[in-house]
Design a protein around this ligand. Structure first.
Ligand code: MG
Length: 252
């Protein structure tokens, strides 16, 4: 079921989204060689609380998961695409670190992700990160009344294809509001004009996840998802409202 948000609800979501963007920027600055992902998680927890919001992922139990998520942040390294659990892992020069973070502000969720290139990353990694950022921008550009979810997916998939990268299988964006995950599912591939029509009041977490190799993924022991062939992956995400005038990015 689609849940449409009023203009005042979208304003609240933008306030939460702005807080999230600030926290994520601080975390990205702190993401460097020698730092553990647990350190980033603690910082995320503190910064979210300081902003007057609450962590969204902590204690969240996604459908089908064996247990509630025990951390504030998802920190996924290199071939790990999403849901990487913070640990004592020490970030290395050359790592691709995907920071995925959500918060709850005045009962509304915001969700965003960035990929940080640590130190000297290789040319393929740079190209992958640039393509994934471009895919997100291309998807957001499709957001306007009368376009469809298929238009978003088509735009994202096209950028992946043009760069000879793959869209990670089975991982999608989602509607968002008073719940972290709402309808609709936002696929990172699609056909022009297919799927649900975009209408003002819809709020979507658009999140391209690209792999340098094949798109097949596997679930590993901390329940995170990694590429099956071990190739690098990148991830960017914004929470975006559909307005009469087009996209309004709420996580800025
Ligand atoms: Mg998300």
């Amino acid at each position: 079921m689609l849940i449409f948000k009023s203009l005042s609800e979208i304003e609240l979501m933008a306030e939460g989204g702005h807080r999230l963007a600030n926290v994520l920027r601080r975390l990205a600055d702190e993401t460097r060689a020698g730092v553990t992902t647990k350190h980033l998680d603690r910082l995320a927890y503190e910064l979210i609380h300081q902003s007057g919001a609450k962590p969204a992922f902590l204690h969240y139990r996604p459908a089908g998961a064996r247990r509630a998520y025990p951390y504030t942040l998802c920190a996924s390294i290199n071939d790990v695409v999403v849901h990487g659990q913070p640990s004592d892992y020490v970030i290395q020069d050359g790592d691709l670190v995907k920071l995925d973070l959500g918060l709850i502000y005045k009962k509304f969720y915001a969700d965003a992700a960035v990929t940080v290139m640590v130190g000297n990353v290789g040319p393929e990694a740079k190209k992958l990160v640039a393509a994934t950022a471009e895919a997100l921008a291309a998807g957001i550009k499709e957001v306007k009344p009368g376009k469809t979810l298929g238009d978003i997916g088509f735009a994202v998939g096209k950028v992946a294809e043009k760069n000879n990268f793959s869209v990670a299988d089975g991982l999608t964006g989602h509607g968002i509001g008073r719940n972290l995950h709402e309808d609709p599912t936002v696929f990172n591939f699609g056909e022009r004009g297919d799927g649900e029509e975009l209408r003002p009041g819809m709020v979507l977490a658009i999140e391209p996840m690209l792999a340098a190799g094949a798109g097949a993924i596997k679930q590993i022991k901390d329940e995170s998802y990694a590429t099956r062939d071990g190739s690098l992956s990148a991830h960017f995400e914004h929470t975006v409202a559909v307005t009469e005038d087009g996209a309004r990015i709420l996580t800025l």
